[in-house]
Design a protein around this ligand. Structure first.
Ligand code: PMP
Length: 288
């Protein structure tokens, strides 16, 4: 594997950053997870735009332009002969002193890893996932805004551990008011009476690129999509539920906190959106 690091390519063994990098010391940095399908990088512009917005929010200046970063991402796929895969783009604050102020960090580091990911076992896509609500609530906007895709993912990791401790693969995270925010690495949708709902971004969710794609696909199919505040009751009484994310793609949910969703099987609208999503990945994206 050839890893892009600050303009050069290194083997996996030689791709190293400083132990003084504030990305490591403080989780100070931003990242993106992107997928390539059929020789194209899916929604690349959207991911690069979100990376720049995350960086802006933490006053981190990425030492490359949007166009340069897009080209470096595609080139890293070419160098690794990736046609279908998962790309991790990381910008760290860079090496500095042990104090937490980024003033001592001279230059951010840009890392691109083009590999693969399998978030959930394939049989779960067929059967659907059981999930639980966890005690750890999603970060407050006023503390660390969930819209920032930062290297500081402890909030999500704690929720993931709590879900795993309860014997399931994914967690529903509520916000401090008790409304549904999202899962640890995915956005959440429900279907009720043929219409889709997903929590508003103000409830404390990442501006998910898969979420947006699914909203557009649903609207094109003539389905109504709304973004109301959702409670656990709304999830329990939904006809269908599914998760969206670049890594997870579209994952049906069949049980939440012991309540069976709908008839306990992945729903028809979920299946239809899944098909349309996969069809879209075949015909759009930046050519590698
Ligand atoms: N929420 C969180 C917390 C995430 O980390 C992610 C990305 N893995 C998502 C939602 C889904 O976003 P996207 O569809 O852009 O991958």
């Amino acid at each position: 594997m050839k890893i892009y690091l600050d303009g050069k390519y290194y083997s996996e063994r030689d791709a190293k950053i400083s132990v003084f990098d504030h990305g490591l010391l403080y989780g100070d940095g931003v990242f993106e997870g992107i997928r390539a399908y059929h020789g194209r990088v899916f929604k690349l512009k959207e991911h690069i735009d979100r990376l720049f917005y995350s960086a802006k929010a933490i006053l981190l200046e990425i030492p490359m332009s949007h166009a340069q970063l897009m080209e470096a991402t595609v080139e890293t796929c070419r160098k690794n002969k990736i046609r279908d895969g998962y790309i991790r783009l990381i910008v760290t604050r860079g090496a500095g002193s042990l104090g937490l102020s980024p003033k001592s960090c001279k230059r951010p580091s840009v890392i691109i890893i083009a590999g693969s990911i399998q978030l959930y076992p394939p049989e779960l896509y067929a059967k659907g996932l059981s999930i639980v609500t966890v005690p750890t609530t999603r970060n407050l906007h006023s503390a660390l805004n969930p819209a920032i895709k930062s290297l500081n993912y402890l909030n999500n990791i704690l929720a993931k551990i709590e879900a795993n401790n309860s014997g399931v693969e994914e967690a529903v995270m509520l916000n401090a008011e008790g409304f549904v925010a999202e899962c640890t690495g995915d956005n959440l949708f429900i279907v009720k009476n043929g219409a889709l709902s997903t929590p508003p971004l103000s409830a404390g969710a990442l501006y998910g690129i898969t979420r947006q794609t699914v909203i557009e696909l649903a609207q094109e199919a003539g389905l109504n999509v709304s973004e109301p505040n959702l409670t656990r009751y709304d999830l329990f009484c939904a006809d269908e539920c599914f998760l969206t994310g670049t890594g997870a793609e579209i994952m049906p949910v069949i049980k939440i906190d012991g309540r069976v969703i709908g008839n306990g099987k992945p729903g028809a609208i979920t299946r239809r959106l899944e098909e349309e999503y996969h069809a879209l990945t075949k015909v759009s994206g930046e050519t590698i």
